[in-house]
Every structure is written in structure tokens, then in C-alpha cells.
Design a protein around this ligand. Sequence first.
Ligand code: SAM
Length: 329
Amino acid sequence: MLQDSFGRVATDLRVSLTDRCNLRCSYCMPPEGLEWLPKPDLLTADEIVRLVTIGVERLGITEVRYTGGEPLLRRELVDIVTRTTVLRPTPQVSLTTNGIGLARLAAPLAAAGLARVNVSLDTLDREIFRKLAHRDRLDDVLEGLAAADAAGLRPVKINTVLMRDVNDHEAVPLMRYCLERGYELRFIEQMPLDAQHGWRRENMITADEILAGLKEAFDLTEDDPVERGSAPAELFLVDGGPARVGVIGSVTRPFCGACDRVRLTADGQIRNCLFATEESDLRTAMRSGATDEEIAERWTAAVRTKKAGHGIDDPAFLQPSRPMSAIGG
Ligand code: SAM
């Protein structure tokens, strides 16, 4: 088991398949992009599958989420998913993606056993999309969403980050768009994880603000909090349900006490928290001939030292040197 010193058990593994992305969302990276990880540092598909297998077979991982960067850019994605879904005990396998390319890949991914997708969508306005993501790709994202739904990757979940004076007027239109299509919408508070270090608390749209905006147009009632478990989103029934909306108050309503996540970066580092400043290098161990047992021991030790909370409110808080795109959101 991957247990930390506070008794939390990590069962949900987030695996970044690449740090590259085809969008440049301003809360994540600068318009010119970043210096990408050198290819030899990236785990190969075989190395990823080996580590995921150790996690599932030896360490109690029950959910595997492939992410990035943009995971659809990884050519071996369908193969990696296929090799993950045949593991025993069978993990639930999902994907966090910006949706570009999903129109082509949704059906093969569903056939490979992928359970569901979270697609990031911050706006329905083409011009705002172009400004926010520095690419004119809104139509590709919307096509990808429709394809995921048609392929049965349900419920299709949408992740939205609202930014002040950019897209903060879009909570209600996005909610309507999702209600009409049966997508589940989740708003995420913007976190200090951008490569440019431009995050300012006063610019962040808080969970309270998001809820107040939604309540002007919809009747929201809190969904059963027991069902939430370790899920980061506080869920609300919309207009009596069954449709729901989630609000992930990562900064103002932290849920670290119930966290069950552990992360593997595209270059083979274990991170016990999004905001960790230390990592454990499984790639070097693996390439130096470590056995599965030795890797499992190293991984267990990395989780044991997980801190009680992310500490964003602590005056001594230090933003991790890796940006979100290189960690795997
Ligand atoms: N490219 C994929 C995507 O767009 O979903 C996967 C990686 S992306 C880093 C994963 C999620 O992190 C997205 O939903 C994105 O909106 C979110 N994200 C990125 N930077 C963030 C930040 N600074 N604060 C909050 N969420 C962020």
C-alpha cells in the first residue's frame, strides 16, 4: 500500500505522458511554449507500462489517469491504454485532455478500454479561446467532445478554469451547454502552477464567486457529501438534478486531508503532491536495473513523506519549479 505518515492511502495514479501541449493556456504556460523535456529523458511506452503495472499489481493503485502536457500527442496512447486495461486487478483508466484529436481517437480509446475523459474547455467563444489558449482550436475541442460522447466515454466531464476579466462571464453559458448535452461540468480554481509565475490570489475566481454566479441562473443543492469521498469536486445538483456541477476549490477549500493521488511525470519522477518540491526518480532506478520490488520500495518511500497539505496559504509557500504542464494535471 502507498500510505503516508498521516494515514492517507494513494490509490489514484496520474501519469503524464508528455510535457508537450498544442495549446498555450495562459494559466499554464507562456505563448511561446516551454523548453520541452529532452526525448531521452521521457519514459518509453514500455517503461510507463512497467511502472503502472508495479503500481497496480503491488501497490494498490485502482485508478490510472493519463494526462500531460497533452496526452493525445503521445503516439502510443492507444497501446498504453490497452496494456493498462488488461492489468489485474483491473484499474479504472481515464484521460484528461484538451480534446484536440479526440474526434479521431475517441473510438479507438473506448475500444482499448478507456472508461472516461475529462476535457478542458474554458470558453465557448472562439475569440476568447484564441486569446486564452493562443490557438484557434475551439471547433476541434467541441468536435472531440461530441466524439467522446458518441464513443460512450461517459459521463464526459468538462474542466473549466475561470479567469478574471477573461472568461469569468461564461459560467452560466458553459453550464447550459453541458446541461443540453449531458456533460458534467467542473470548475477548478486557478492554482499557482503556471510556468510564468503570474498567479495572483486576488485575480483568482474563487469557489464562492463561481457558486454565486451559478446561483443567479440555477437552483443548486449540495449533493450527498458522503459520495464525494476523496473526489476534489464539491458537487451540486442543478435545478433538482440529476444533472450536477462540481466546484474544485483547490485553493480556498483545500481537500488535502482526503487526497488519494500520486503522480508520475513524463520523465519518470514520482511526486506525492501537485505542489511537492521534491521528487523521487524512478527512471534512473529503472534504467540502472532496479527490480520491480526495489522500484516499489522507492515509490512507497516517496509517498510516505507526503506533507499534510499543499500550503498555498503558508507565508513560506514556494511554487514548485515544475509547471503544471510538466507535472501532469
Ligand atoms: N492538456 C490536458 C488538458 O488540457 O486537460 C491535460 C493537462 S492540463 C495541465 C490538466 C488540467 O489542468 C486542465 O483541466 C487545465 O485546465 C488544468 N490546469 C492547468 N493549469 C492550471 C492552473 N494553473 N490552475 C488550475 N488548473 C490548471
